[in-house]
Design a protein. Sequence first.
Length: 422
Amino acid sequence: MLSNTGKLAGCTLFITGASRGIGKAIALKAARDGANIVIAAKTAEPHPKLPGTIYTAAQEVEAAGGKALPCVVDIRDEQQVEEAIQKAVNTFGGIDILVNNASAISLTGTLETPMKKVDLMLGINLRGTYLTSKLLIPHLLKSHNPHILNLSPPLNLNPVWFKNHTAYTMAKYGMSMCVLGMAEEFRGQIAVNALWPRTAIQTAAMDMLGGEGVGKQCRTADIIADAAYVILSQPKDYTGHFLVDEDILKERGVQDFDQYAVQPGHPLLPDFFLDEAPETLVQQMEQHGATPAFKPPPSSSSSSAVPQSSGPIESTFDIIRGVINEDLVKSTQGIYQFDLSGEHGGVWFLDLKSGSGSTGRGEPAAKADVVMTMDSSDFSKMFSGKLKPTMAFMTGKLKIKGDMTLAIKLEKLMGRMNKAKL
């Protein structure tokens, strides 16, 4: 962990989405300097699946040495944001730093994303960030060293970061465009920067998104908190930068990044929007059976004239037939369809909803709960344990349409298959 320097002592930070995860980690880091933290988030009552409320976060901030002001704020609601800002100014006398952390995510394609989800992502990520910044800037201009820090990625127009989740990318890039514009607009008056992680960060949201076991492929939120602390300690002329956590900390002399790993030594999931992962990370991923989504897939044109055999896929389904049973069907209750492309392309199904289960070629008799689309070679790797489903999904190699909870359950079947082969 990067040592605190005391530079944020007495500063007031307004942090959106600070009841848990990355927002709370940044709050606690600043609190250790004796900073004042405005915890602006929606969670006043405990969430059934996500830990933490604005009040539990406030207790942690004060235990760490800071002062806390918990405020119930939906950043899409202009009046709620205004009221929270006024409370903060009345309580602490002013505001020095805004951290736009609150965000919504849905990694779904255009046809699979309901407009309600599109509106949610654009409303929180883009509009909420713009609104909160707009309302806070008059107060920040009164501070001696004001900062706005958005948790958003470098603007990268590589189509690979759009094709699988256009709505999410537009919403997230909206936050980054706020940095691009406001940094210039307020140059010399307010530092405006963006921060993004090199790898996936373990949060409750990531656990829900990636399923069981994703944590060991992540770093903790402490790496973001340490990087944010470095940025917020800079003078206000340090502005307009799109920064990556690992790069900032390397510049500060940090060499041991295992300290931030949930499971030191385990291969890490690279985060979205960064085309160039460090070489060592790429090697680790490849050893883990994955190829980053930004690398072009191997060309199959040389084999296109050769009659296609479904041998490896047939073999995989033979193993699946050997491990499914009534108990698995009772505990799963899902029908899966696999739309495979590439050398051994075709449509297959796995019925874990009726009887003792069944598999076969073609579409299932009843509508599939989950449709998985991927290359046939990646399918074989996934079911043989060489490619983690989470890794395949996060790197764009696997597209999932339908019930994500049932998709995650499929990992258990893969675990059984690997035991069956031993």
